[in-house]
Write a protein that binds this ligand. Sequence first.
Ligand SMILES: Cc1cc2nc3c(=O)[nH]c(=O)nc-3n(C[C@H](O)[C@H](O)[C@H](O)COP(=O)(O)OP(=O)(O)OC[C@H]3O[C@@H](n4cnc5c(N)ncnc54)[C@H](O)[C@@H]3O)c2cc1C
Length: 736
Amino acid sequence: MNLELSGDQLLLKESFERLFRTDSSPARVRAAEPAGFDQDLWQSLAEMGALTMRVPEADGGGGFSLLDAQIVAEEAGKALASAPLIEAMVSNRLLARLTAVTDNPEIRALLDRAMHKNAVITLALFDVADRPEQIIAGGSAAEVVLALDGDRILACESGRQEDFLENLADLPIARWNLTEGALLAEGEAARAEFGAALEEWKLLTAAELNGMARRTVELATAYASERIQFGKPIGTYQGIAHPLANLIMEIDGGQLLNWWAASRLADGASDAGATISMSFWWAAKTAGQAGERALHTHGGYGLSLEYDVQLYHRRTKARALLLGDPNDELLNVGRRSWLGETPALPEAGAMPLDFGFGDAAAKLSAETEAFFRDNMTPELEAKAHFSFEGHDWDFHRKLGTARLLFPSWPEEFGGRNADPYAAVCSAAVWDEHNWGRVGTGVTDMVGHMIQWFGHPETKAEVLPLLARGEATCSLGYSEPGSGSDVFAARTRAVRDGEEWVINGQKMFTSGAELASYIFLLTRTDPDAPKHKGVTMFLVPIDTPGIEIRPIYTFQDERTNTTFYADVRIPDRFRIGEVNGGTAVLGSALRLEQGGGGYVPVHDKMLELAVKWAQQTKRAGKPAIEDTSVLSRLSRIAVHGVVSDMLSRRSLWTTAEGKQDLAYGPMSKVFAVETYNQDSTDLLDLTAPDSILRRPGPPGQIERDHRRSTASTIYAGASEVLRSMIGEKALGLPRSR
Ligand SMILES: Cc1cc2nc3c(=O)[nH]c(=O)nc-3n(C[C@H](O)[C@H](O)[C@H](O)COP(=O)(O)OP(=O)(O)OC[C@H]3O[C@@H](n4cnc5c(N)ncnc54)[C@H](O)[C@@H]3O)c2cc1C
């Protein structure tokens, strides 16, 4: 996996950042408002080769890849560039591509005008057959509009009806009549090239919108960090900080989705067309919300024309609307995913990003899959539950013997030294088979803590038992008085010679009824600040003085409250330094908050819902053909891919030791919040069957709905994680 731009791409990004800083400063954007077009900026873009960067080198252009163009588009968005840059990039490339379709000399002449005279050439986003007159992006500055009329491509030069249409965001637009134009090319191949150009426009516009949204949130963050109300910066209020945290997570996800779409194109993947639609819809939605939220963050001042945020507020909304209602593009996600629509697609060119998990991961997944195929029985399938409830000791030991419980552990401790990608992919197979990974995930995490911080004797004694599947662990962090504020734990551990004596109570000690060990958070120095007085232990469950009482939850999951009365354990069961529990628990929480585990679960829920919509009739037709059903399923599909992107980035960051700006919390919050929102939506969609506890898709959705509710609470409640995102990813002041 590699989610880092190449050195050349970073240089490209920097050089356009520099160009826009001077040639598209807020003052220049304001100066261009009367026409929406800055002729000097256009000149600079032409000199930088931006207008023809997507024209192949053989045709005299830059021959840059789609991803390169996405990078430039994003920078243009950040600076609100007053120029139809994307329209030009796409139109000029289309002209070059048409030279291969027909030898009409008019095409080469137009390309020469674009390349040598910097002529503004743009394209019509709607078929002339449907809309002979239409608003043209870049149309107020354009000399030529390329338009598709049925299967004919026309070059229109004389149809502009007004010089400039006053509009919400001072975009350079005009209405054109496109019925008269020179015929450039016709036939299926020409039509396909035009279609591919439109798809490229969507992808680049999505990149531009992502850039705009990011800059908009930066403006809001800067203001929220400085503006004082009620004696504090407004960014310390969660009502201000959390929506911005949500936005940066969604914008990051949108950028990754935009790159993912290019990568799917480069791979020739069958979902490439759907991912373009996903990227456009998501960017349009997120940018609009960023503009609204940023203006709101500025209070009354945001409305003042002196403030830049109002420029962003208007542009983040208006730019996407040139293609009409962005929700139409959401329907395209569904049509392309499930109704067989296959659009013509652009070529992506070189792609240095690699979203794949690698060969080792594929091999281990295949082995895990084969294991499940060979060993799952109808009895086990009936017993399966996502939590500790489905635990089966025989099956667990078999997994241990096959060394499939904890593949990332070193071989000496019963693992396979598998890389993190392989371990995650192997775990996903469990979810695909509905076999709960929660309990084993807990033991996996505790095993890592023992390896990293444990006493050598404890490692030698405990790890082989865990790896063979003969013992499991459970987590004892939460207490009656401390949940989210986990470091406020009061359970006391007091040293007595070579032993520790533990007294206290834990809440929600899930899986304690099965476990051999509890990974326990204790207070060892009550006088120190709360983070400095805690120590972690591995407490053997059969130690005298431990009592376990069940708590039953509405998601069919038993958890427990556990009591500790003069529980004595040797010092070798201490995990980490005395009063150093924060470092140990911090590492454990980072592993727990990666969020990746919900991606296969969300995918599976969508798969069931799609199956339901294909098999259920509405008004005599499959429900999936109903646009309301299709758009809801499509929205869920987009959430699934964005979640997957954030989860891959979190994994990659950890695996490669890259800079981490709360990527784990972003991945977790996005995954569980969309899981919760989407399962609720599907509960509505599949009602009334969904309220029945039965096998089959609606019944599974009902279970997902109950499960998803808890997922927003455990392993870090969403509010607490949003505060972390605000602080770490945006640099907002502390809001807890
Ligand atoms: C089914 C289940 C299994 C669990 N398993 C385990 C386990 O095995 N081991 C274990 O130790 N724990 C476990 N937990 C506990 C879980 O980690 C806690 O429930 C969680 O940390 C939240 O604590 P709380 O329930 O006390 O809620 P609280 O922390 O009291 O939170 C209540 C509400 O207030 C919000 N809130 C809290 N602090 C803030 C803040 N600073 N800003 C804004 N909002 C805030 C929360 O988001 C939440 O919405 C489990 C919980 C459940 C439901």
